[in-house]
Structures are given as C-alpha cells and as structure tokens.
Design a protein around this ligand. Sequence first.
Ligand SMILES: [Zn+2]
Length: 423
Amino acid sequence: MRLYDTCTRRKQELPPPPGPIRMYFCGPTVYTRAHIGNARPFVIGMWLRNWLRERGYDVTLVHNITDINDKIYDAAPGASAELAERATAWYLEDTRDLGLGMPDELPKASDFVPQIVHFIAELIDRGYAYAVDGDVYFRVARYPEYGRLSGQRLDQVEEQEPNPLKEDPRDFALWKANKPGEDTWWDAPWGRGRPGWHIECSVMAEELLGPVFEIHGGGLDLVFPHHENEIAQSRALGHEFAEIWTHNGMLQFTGEKMSKSIGNVTTIREALDEWGRETALVFFLTAHWSKPIDYSDETLAAAEARAEGFRDVFRGPSEPARDGEWERLAAALEDDFNTPDALAIMHSWRDHDLLRRALDVFGLASLAESEEAPADVRELAERRQAAREGGDFEEADRLRVEIEASGWEARDAADGFQLVPKR
Ligand SMILES: [Zn+2]
C-alpha cells in the first residue's frame, strides 16, 4: 500500500500487514456547524481505516476536536466554552449521520492541557521556546529543518502571529496569555492563559499514538503553518512524529446554481438533508483524495445517479465476476487509495456479493439492501399490470399516478413489473 506524502513529495510504502498503522487526522475547530468540506478528512480517514482493516492491518484512527482556539473566543466572547461544547455535539451528530462509524479516539484539546503545559516546559528547558509577557513562543531559528513540509526556505518563512515582543517574526505561539473577555484559562509556570492551536495537536497525537506514528492527515490548508509547526515542536524534542503526511484537496463551489441559492457555505447537515448520506459518500468517492473536489448541484446529481446505478444492480440478477476482480479493486486502492478508479471498477460489476463487499468498505452496503414495497402498493401495481394487459391505458395511467403518490415507481420488467422507491 502506497500513499502520497507531502513531506517527501512522493508515494511512500506502508509497512506490511498487520502494521500497526497509527493515524492522526486533524479535526474541526468547533464554533459553528461544520462545513461540508470539513467532512472530507473525516470520510477519508474512516475509509482508509476500513480498507486497511480489510487488508489485515491493525489500525487506530485519532481525530481531534479543537475546542480551545481564537476563533471560538471571537465567535462567543465570554461564553466560548458553552459554544465549543454545543458545536462539538453538532459535529459528532453530523459525522455520525454519515454512517461510517466513528474514529477510535476523539480527543478534545481541553482534556489535555496539563500534558501541553508539560510539553511546553520541556521546549523552554531545551532552549526551543521562550516566555514573554505571559505568552510562550517557539524559536523557529533553533530548528533548521523548519519549512521542509511546506517547501519554504528558513530565511524566507512568512511571519506568523505578529507581536513586536517576539525575538523573531517567524516565531509562533505555544501559549497565549489570558486576555479580557476570554472565559477559559489554565495556570502555567509562565502565567495564566491557554495553549496555541499547533501544540494541541502535537500533544494529543503523541499522547494517544506515541512519539512516532505512521500517518498524519488533514486538509491541504493545514500544511502551513499548522503542520509545519507540529513537526517543529515534536522533532525539537527528538520525537520522530509522523512518517507520512497525507493532505486532502479542498472542496470547491463552482456550480452557479449553488452559489446563487445558498452562497459558498453548505454545512454537513445541509448536505445530508438535501442529498442523503449515500449520495454524499459517492460524491466524495468520485475524486482522488489529494485533488480538489467540486461541490455543485451538478456533481451531486451525478453522484445520486451513480448511487442509483448501484441500487439497480441489486434489483437485477447477480452475475458472477471473473477471477481476479477483487484484486483489481485492491490494486487501485493500494496505489495511493485511488477511489475514482475503484468506483469505475465497482460500476462494472454485477456480482452482488463482490459489489456488496466493496460498497461496505465505503459505508455504502445499504445500497445493496432491497427495498420491499408495501402490500397496498404491490396491489396497485398488479391492477395496473392487468389494466395494461386488458388495453385500459387510461386506468393504467391513473394507477401509475396513485403508485407514485405513495412514493414508488412501477418499472416494466421481463416478468411483469418492478417496484422501485421514487427518488
Ligand atoms: Zn491539527
């Protein structure tokens, strides 16, 4: 199994099964209902875990909740803790409704503050960090590898978090002193305050997976500064940290209709309400995880049609696949988890068992469940069939409308009719 690694800019081989494969995928900052784009790293992490388990790996997936962050203080001055708690519940509810199960661990930054304080103290002791006016900053100049992940030269690194008291404009915050209006704080040797965003992830990843782990994932927008800073903090203490960095492409909105109707923000909840979880998951399958993906009425309608195509396979007879078909699917997934290729292969199958097994990897086994029409709808369909056979097309048409009003569609089939839920 190979995955594209942002750090070395090439595909890297995973160790052979059973691994272990320890994965940390950066999760959301909780201050609002999560954007559908936030679902992408979650979905990719869960699929990857499913596939690796299918291949005999021992996998652990950690997905964090950033519940201490400037954005939360800004969104709810004086009441950030309540907002973070509410938005965490929304995120868990929305991702659970994707029907993929949940990650093995969902740590919250607020549960790890003592460990974060300890980590920062060690960085200060070793000369990698310094306190100034209650803040603590990482000394970027002390870590010569800085900039490797994001491809920046150390002497040209962009300024982060401007503050004239810093030794160097490139230095980034590990701890921020408590400010008026911030309702949460913790005590530390250098003063009352709260952790910076980057150190939260270094600490949660290492606390739950150890100082070295196989895969670190997250959106492409996290490469700099978030992940660059995670690497610097952890490697400064001699921890190897992540071996492979997988960054998923961003979700884009280009469909005109979409931007006219609801602007550029669609939440996971809205996407689920409008399209349903099966269509949303098939949509994510259509693009390679490392590439951008376009969210529009057109791309979602196309995903819905693909989902319906799979349902149709299960409405027809099963046709055994040729030997080696499963390995053909495996080859696509083991080469950088190529889901568009896997999807094309799955669309060529009429073998019910094989297709159900593949769909199950992506949380889509429900597409294989046959939907039984209720008895009264079956009776209407039988009467319609009889009317047609008797040449009473007016009555047949009236019954068709009645069947549709019950939420079903009668399709012509070789042995009479087939009832399919109307979508
Ligand atoms: Zn993170």
